[in-house]
Design a protein around this ligand. Structure first.
Ligand code: KG4
Ligand code: ZN
Length: 344
């Protein structure tokens, strides 16, 4: 066997993910989720998530290796999400990653969760072009980034949300509409039967004086809350869900295409949990193709948190000859994305 098998471990939120990647190829992966345990609280409870990671970690490692048809001794490097995310949850993955690297005598790479999201796309569409724009839309982040190969070229932030992230808005609006957690998939499903033009929610930060690439979703959430207090009798929950979803889809795809034009790049990489949204995917496809931009978006299961994406960024670091992290590696819950690797 040639090339290094990289084991990736993800535990930043409510998914325990493990993946195995070698030379850009996904060999196998496994995922355990504690979502069901959070539903009655309407959001992720950090202590519950951490305990679930502890329980799921070893079985998930085992099933990822089994799905790849590999044994522990085949693993040549370990990559683990060191941040950002819930501190209690991150600690579990970091401890597991250190233990695996130490026991196997292989290098350890602490990695940035968001760089992992972007790297997920390379597993399906191959190496990234020299320059592209990444739209990261997740539960905790909404950003436009100018990226290169993710591991050597610096990552430049073109825009970060001023308040709520897009996924956060989906989750909060779902609560307002009494749709179950996690809100994104619930709204996506409900919206399928609704009219996206039923209510014209104001597109945030799209005025003449607003920052062209700026994101803000808390005003939209408040607009939905106001609407829900005195709803129009002829309008269903599905219509509200569809109208809200249309507003987010319109805003993020419009700004992503504009960022590509401003940066003069021909490729948009759309990643993160919200990139699993059916309407956002369809509108991004339509607008990118009209603008002559190649859209790269991973399949939905690689958009939401998973271990394969962490193995993917680890594999890019290994192949770039990056210096491994030390066993002093800690969890960094609020770390901004500057580099794919988070050292000790
Ligand atoms: O990337 P991710 O799995 O975790 C973070 O790193 O935050 O993103 C989770 C977010 C949640 O807010 C969830 O509601 C949202 O992604 N999400 C969706 C969909 N699937 C997941 N949002 C809209 N439509 C979806 N189909
Ligand atoms: Zn994520």
């Amino acid at each position: 066997m040639t090339g290094t098998v990289v084991l990736g471990i993800e535990s930043s939120c409510d998914e325990t993910g493990v993946g195995l990647v070698r030379d850009g190829e996904l060999l196998g992966d496994a995922l355990a989720s504690s979502i069901d345990e959070h539903v009655r609280f309407g959001g992720v409870v950090p202590e519950i998530a951490a305990r679930a990671h502890v329980q799921a970690m070893v079985p998930t490692l085992r099933s990822a290796l089994d799905s790849a048809g590999l044994a522990w001794h085949d693993v040549g490097a370990v990559a683990v999400t060191a941040g950002p995310g819930l501190a209690t949850a991150l600690h579990v993955g970091v401890a597991a990653g250190k233990a695996a690297a130490l026991a196997l005598g292989v290098p350890l790479y602490g990695v940035h969760h968001l760089a992992g999201h972007a790297a997920a796309d390379t597993l399906v569409h191959g190496p990234l072009p020299e320059k592209s724009v990444a739209l990261i839309v997740s539960g905790g982040h909404t950003s436009l980034l100018a990226i290169g190969d993710l591991v050597r070229a610096p990552i430049r932030h073109l825009s970060d949300t001023l308040d709520d992230a897009a996924g956060e808005a989906f989750d909060k609006v779902a609560r307002l509409l009494q749709l179950p957690y996690p809100g994104g998939p619930s709204i996506d499903r409900a919206a399928a039967d609704g009219d996206p033009d039923a209510i014209r929610f104001t597109r945030p930060l799209t005025g003449q004086r607003d920052p062209a690439l700026g994101f803000s979703f808390s005003g939209l959430k408040s607009a939905v809350a106001r609407y829900v207090q005195s709803p129009d009798p002829g309008i269903s929950t599905a219509d509200v869900a569809a109208s809200f979803q249309e507003c987010v889809a319109d805003t993020v795809t419009r700004k992503a295409v504009l960022a590509c034009q401003m940066e003069q790049v021909e490729t948009l990489v759309m990643v993160g949990g919200v990139a699993a949204n059916s309407r956002i995917r369809a509108l991004a496809e339509e607008r990118c193709s009209a603008a002559g931009i190649e859209l790269r978006v991973p399949p939905p299961r690689l958009c939401t948190d998973n271990g394969a994406m962490i193995a993917a960024i680890g594999d890019l670091l290994v192949r770039a000859g990056a210096t491994p992290s030390t066993l002093d590696l800690g969890a960094r819950s609020g770390v901004p994305l500057e580099l794919a690797q988070l050292a000790g």
